[in-house]
Structure formats: structure tokens, C-alpha cells
Design a protein. Structure first.
Lengths: 339, 260
């Protein structure tokens, strides 16, 4: 996850758009919500622990009704089991609650990420507590797991967690490496198949133009992270949907602690609409496919959020909340006066 | 041992498939029961049971779901077999609905005071439903909280505009320190141009002093009919102790500090 916008030249775009398209993108940037009225979105990959309440508010305003937060690393390695335990607990506790305050249904996937799999002593302890968390309500898969440096330790814990997923009949959310991505992606898929896992239970994440064909051909779900500089831009995403169609393709924002955009899905939907992709295809790649893939866990009930989740008045208006002390639920960001 | 009476209540509402699942899980050891607690929503429906059975004074199950009662049952079984380690693990890893069931179960666990810190931590929680699971319709705080912890819970409830009448033991545990702090709190709110929910004044009649008499005078002169009623009730309660209990019900409504 490149943090430095000045390094973008080392991650060249695979898609060179026309100047007309660049102009369109700028228009969408300013006014994308004019194009997405009435649409609803499901973002299957957002690290909300890193985001502010402003982001939640913006997501709710833009039509994001549900999201999945995969367990990942925190930018620096954890040094003990308790930190993992508290992090997993926060994904099913505090973060879920925070999200509900804005009317957004929050699910998560739980797993040992590839980077920290390299600390084997700690990884062993984490593996011990995973089954407990994987059985919890609203845990919709094992994730995000897979390869980073593609070390032996990473492979060992990737395999062990595939077995857990199989045993518990849960979908798997696979993080593909930033470096040596193509080989890493192929290897991730080959190992999943070797463990006898049905490819429709596996979501291969962070795809690009180089990986997508093989992922779809082998029957896996292909997720695309719209992420500035290091992953996919949304103009490139539009071209991919034009070329491959909407089947088993989904987009997400990652929305983590790096320079990322939590509104990547609504913005991409707007761009797709402008560029003539039909509404049903947009709905599939920005909502339905993610829902179908992760609902295989048995832990997603669309009726919980399709009409917006009820913001429990006992929790919000009247409540002991992030909106502390009965603070008015919505603040006017442009007002100089703070009451 | 509360597990037998809780099971009896569960069996009134569970369907045959659910009953079989509960029976098979209840024979497990503490670790297996803890996993059953986690997995309960996969096997037990979330139907509201409208149970009016009084298992313990102050422990109201009126808005409980069957799933929540089954979870409480498993927790009782774990505590009755001295599975403290498993209970602590469940507290440490709790998902929101699990946390709610854990705190709701506290009064029925064996050695309830072992979990005093868990209970006061729930009061510290900023998750609305977790706070409510210990504060409302739960006799645990009135039975085991120190005066300091009790007052903290009541104040936090008022601070966050939650309705204090849902706290069990409110009258019985009213005290001088709480009444005094309430006066200070009201002054802060008033200084900020905000309201204090009128029903909170039910906590002061037994503990009147100069400050509180001034506060009641201020209420009498309020533009808000609720404040005026609250002042009337305080004065009436001072004159005739025990005479106002029913009348406070009129003020048992949410009163947001921000009016639309």
C-alpha cells in the first residue's frame, strides 16, 4: 500500500484513457451523486477501524447500506495474542456498533493476515482463537488471508485457514500480493483448489487486468479494489466490466489507513453509468455479487439492510453513543458555530 | 442454581428441533457450552417470547428473545460447573449480542460478585445496548454495586438521556451524594442552555438542602410544564413520603436535550 502519491510513476496505469474521459472523470469527482440517486451499494472490503465518523456519514449519504470489514494488519506488527483478540473483538463489537449509528450494516471476515503469518510463534496462538470468532454472528468468511511475500510461513497458515473455512463452510476472502501479483494469485487459486474448496466460495481480491481472466475462467469471484496509485483506478474498472461483463465481478474500496477513498464504489457506479454500462450490470458489480458471494456464509440477511437498517432509538437519539451526551445526530459541517 | 427454572421457561417457547439442540448441547463441558453460546443464533430463533415469569425480582424478560434466554441458560450451566475461565473468555471476545446476553445473565450466575468488574465495565461501555444490558431491567447493580458505582451508572444514564425509571432499585438506592451531584449536573446543563429530563428530580426529595431547594424553585418558574410538574411532585413527596410514585410515570418519557 503505497502511501506516497509522488511515487505513482512506479505504478503505471494499465489503462490510458482519452482526454475526453479524463474530463468526464473530473466531472464525476465533483458531482457523482447526481448519477447514483436511488442506487444502493454493498462494499465487501473496508477497514473502517481506520476511518472517521465523517466517512460513515458520507457512506450513508452516498447509498452504501452494508459493508464487510476484513481482518488485516494495522500498519505495524502486533506483538501479542491479546492485541489480536481485542482487534477481532472490536470488529464484532465496537466497529459494528459505530457503523449501526449511521444506519450501515457492518459484517466482517476474520483471519490471520499474510504479513503477520510470518511471526510463527504468535501465528500459532492466533490460530487457536480463530474458530471461536469464526462462529460468531455476522462473521461472513475467513479473511483476508493469502500471500504477501509468498514465504513458507505464509503458505502454511494460508493452507491451515483454508481448512478452517472448509470445515465451517465459510467463504474465503483472499488478499493477493502487491509484488509478483500474477504468480501470487495463481498460486493462491491453485492451493485453494488443491484443498478441495469450491471456487465459488473464494473471493480473489485486488485483481487487475493481468489477473482477472484466469480468476474468472477458473470459477472464482474476482474482486477489484479501487484504490488510488497502487491498485485499480475506476476508469480501468469500467473497461474491465465492458470487456468481461458483470458475472462474478465485484468492486470494493479497501478504505484503510492509506490514501484510499471510501466512496470508491458509488463513484465507480457513477462513472459506469456515464460510460454506458447498463444499470443491471452496475447493480451486480456494486451490490449483488458481493452479497451473493458472502451470503454463502448463512450470516447475511438482506432484509436487515435493504430498506436501510433501523437506527435503534434506544442506541442513538436517546443513547449512550459515539454521539456523546445527546449531541445532535447530524452536524452542519459548514457552520462556524458549534453547539 | 437458576438453570433448571430457566430451562423450564425455555421449553415453553422452543420448538421440538430447538429443544433437541438445546438438550444435546447442555450435556457438554464448559468449553463446549461456551461454543454453544456463540453458535446459539444459528440454531435458535430470535422470536420475542413475552415471558412474564418472575425468576428473580427486578429481572424482567419482557423484551427478551428466545435466543437470548437460551444463551443465558448456557452461561448459567457454565458457571454452575465452575467454568470461570470460559466465562472470562466469552466476555473478552464478545460480539455485541453476546455482550448483552452476558451482562443480562450476571444476576443468575453462581458467585455473581466475581463479575463485578465486568459489570462496571459495561457501565463504561459506549455501546448503547451493552450499557442498557447492565443498567436496565437487571437487578445486578442494585444488589452488588457500591454507592460510587451505582451513582456513576445513574448519572451516566441521565447524562446520555436514557430513561432512568428502567433502572431497578432506583428509589431504594437513592442517596445524598447522588442528589448533590445531580444538582451540580443540572447547573452545568442549564449553563449550557440545555435541559435536564424532568423525571430525574424524583431522586432528591429525601435529601433536600439549600442547593436543591434553589433548583426546585427554578423548576417552579420554568416555562416547561414538565419541570413545573416535577417541582410539584418533589414538594408533595417531601410533605407526604410515598405519595407520588404513580404520578412520576407521567414524566417517564424521553426528553432530548435538543428540541427540534
Amino acid at each position: 500500500m503505497c502511501q506516497n502519491p509522488h511515487q505513482k510513476e512506479i505504478n503505471p496505469s494499465h489503462f490510458e484513457g482519452s482526454s475526453e474521459e479524463k474530463a468526464t472523470a473530473n466531472v464525476v469527482d465533483h458531482d457523482f451523486m447526481n448519477y447514483t440517486q436511488g442506487m444502493k451499494f454493498f462494499d465487501p472490503h473496508m477497514h473502517m477501524s481506520s476511518r472517521t465518523t465523517d466517512d460513515y456519514q458520507a457512506l450513508a449519504d452516498a447509498g452504501v447500506v452494508a459493508l464487510i470489514e476484513p481482518a488485516f494488519w494495522l500498519g505495524q506488527p502486533r506483538t501479542g495474542l491479546a492485541s489480536f483478540k481485542d482487534y477481532f473483538s472490536s470488529l464484532v463489537g465496537w466497529e459494528r456498533f459505530r457503523s449501526s449509528q449511521f444506519g450501515i450494516k457492518h459484517y466482517c471476515t476474520i483471519g490471520l493476515n499474510s504479513r503477520e503469518a510470518n511471526n510463527e510463534a504468535l501465528a500459532e496462538q492466533v490460530m487457536e482463537i480463530l474458530p471461536l470468532f469464526l462462529q460468531k454472528e455476522g462473521v461472513v468468511g475467513v479473511g483476508e488471508i493469502g500471500f504477501d511475500d509468498q514465504t513458507a510461513a505464509e503458505e502454511k497458515y494460508y493452507r491451515a485457514q483454508l481448512e478452517l473455512a472448509k470445515e465451517m463452510n465459510l467463504p474465503v476472502q483472499v488478499h493477493t500480493p502487491h509484488r509478483d501479483k500474477k504468480k501470487g494469485t495463481e498460486r493462491s487459486m491453485a492451493i485453494a483448489l488443491e484443498h478441495g474448496i469450491d471456487p465459488k466460495m473464494v473471493i480473489i481480491d485486488h485483481n487487475n487486468e493481468e489477473t482477472v481472466k484466469s480468476v474468472l475462467d477458473q470459477g472464482f469471484y474476482a474482486a477489484f479494489t479501487i484504490y488510488p496509485f497502487t491498485k485499480m483506478g475506476n476508469e480501468r474498472m469500467v473497461e474491465i466490466v465492458k470487456e468481461y461483463g458483470p458475472t462474478r465481478i465485484m468492486v470494493n474500496s479497501a478504505a484503510d489507513w492509506g490514501i484510499s477513498d471510501p466512496l470508491a464504489i458509488p463513484k465507480t457506479a457513477a462513472l459506469m453509468k456515464i460510460k454506458g454500462i447498463d444499470l443491471e450490470a452496475i447493480r451486480l458489480v456494486t451490490y449483488q455479487n458481493a452479497l451473493d458471494a458472502f451470503a454463502q456464509s448463512g450470516q447475511i440477511n438482506e432484509s436487515d439492510f435493504i430498506h436501510g437498517i433501523e437506527i435503534d432509538q434506544s442506541q442513538k437519539f436517546n443513547g449512550n453513543t459515539v454521539l456523546r451526551g445527546g449531541q445532535a445526530p447530524r452536524i452542519n459541517k459548514n457552520s462556524m458555530i458549534i453547539r | 442454581m437458576y438453570s433448571p427454572v430457566i430451562l423450564e421457561e425455555i421449553l415453553r417457547f422452543a420448538n421440538p428441533t430447538e429443544s433437541i439442540w438445546i438438550d444435546s448441547k447442555s450435556k457438554g463441558n464448559a468449553k463446549e457450552l461456551a461454543l454453544a453460546f456463540v453458535m446459539t443464533p444459528r440454531f435458535i430463533s430470535k422470536t420475542q417470547v413475552k415471558s412474564s415469569n418472575i425468576i428473580m425480582e427486578g429481572w424482567s424478560w419482557e423484551d427478551y428473545t428466545l435466543e437470548k434466554i437460551v444463551r443465558i441458560y448456557f452461561l448459567c450451566l457454565i458457571s454452575e460447573m465452575d467454568g470461570g475461565d470460559q466465562l472470562n473468555l466469552l466476555f473478552d471476545t464478545a460480539e455485541i449480542n453476546e455482550a448483552v446476553a452476558l451482562h443480562a445473565a450476571l444476576p443468575a450466575l453462581k458467585n455473581p460478585t466475581d463479575f463485578l468488574l465486568r459489570a462496571t465495565d459495561a457501565v463504561r461501555s459506549n455501546m448503547g445496548s451493552v450499557f442498557e444490558s447492565i443498567a436496565f431491567e437487571n437487578p445486578y447493580p442494585s444488589l452488588y454495586f457500591s454507592e460510587l458505582a451505582w451513582n456513576q451508572m445513574v448519572l451516566k444514564c441521565i447524562f446520555n438521556d436514557k430513561a432512568i425509571h428502567r433502572i431497578y432499585g432506583l428509589e431504594a438506592r437513592a442517596n445524598q451524594a447522588l442528589a448533590g451531584t445531580l444538582s451540580d449536573f443540572a447547573h452545568e446543563r442549564w449553563a449550557a442552555g440545555r435541559r435536564v429530563p424532568s423525571q430525574v428530580w424524583r431522586l432528591v426529595p429525601l435529601f433536600m438542602n439549600e442547593n436543591l431547594r434553589g433548583d426546585i424553585k427554578k423548576l417552579e418558574q420554568s416555562d416547561n410544564p414538565r419541570d413545573i410538574l416535577a417541582a410539584e411532585l418533589v414538594n408533595k413527596e417531601i410533605a407526604q413520603p410515598g405519595s407520588t410514585k404513580e404520578q412520576w410515570k407521567e414524566l417517564e418519557l424521553p426528553e432530548p436535550i435538543y428540541q427540534a
